[in-house]
Design a protein around this ligand. Structure first.
Ligand SMILES: [Cu+2]
Length: 134
């Protein structure tokens, strides 16, 4: 905990654009909870594995501009390590153990909606949306 001008800051830190936040998303029973996450550039998304895994996070490529694709891909540098998972763009590693956490710092994306899904459970409807706001 930091103290700034006598004010205690518990859940956040100062970034270039102001207070940046940590947004936690639980991956549980084929759902992202919450499934819609509103965030600003600089915020940290923490995807936390729960039951029914392995789960992961993969952003949908079909609606991205080339620039947005590059920014998101660069924000997800850690590639899958497990031999059964492919090294694919815009995808996190598989989260296997309970509590495994994958973090993405939201890059300087244009405001808009960015869809993502869990690769193993795409057909089960495990989808979510990142809403980037200015
Ligand atoms: Cu899943």
């Amino acid at each position: 905990m930091k103290t700034l001008l006598g004010i205690s800051i518990v859940a956040g830190a100062w970034g270039a654009g102001g207070l940046v936040e940590r947004k936690e998303v639980l991956l549980n029973n084929n759902r992202f909870m919450p499934s819609i996450i509103t965030a600003r550039a600089g915020d940290t998304l923490a995807f936390v594995n729960g039951r029914g895994g392995p789960h992961n996070v993969q952003f949908a490529d079909d609606s991205l501009t080339d620039a947005a694709h590059r920014l998101l891909d660069a924000a997800m540098p850690e590639r899958p390590k497990q031999p059964w998972s492919r090294d694919v763009p815009l995808a996190s590693p598989l989260l296997v153990l309970d509590g495994d956490t994958y973090k993405v710092v939201v890059p300087q994306l244009p405001p808009g909606r960015y869809r993502f899904f869990c690769t193993p459970h795409l057909n089960g409807g495990m989808r979510g949306e990142l809403v980037v706001v200015p």
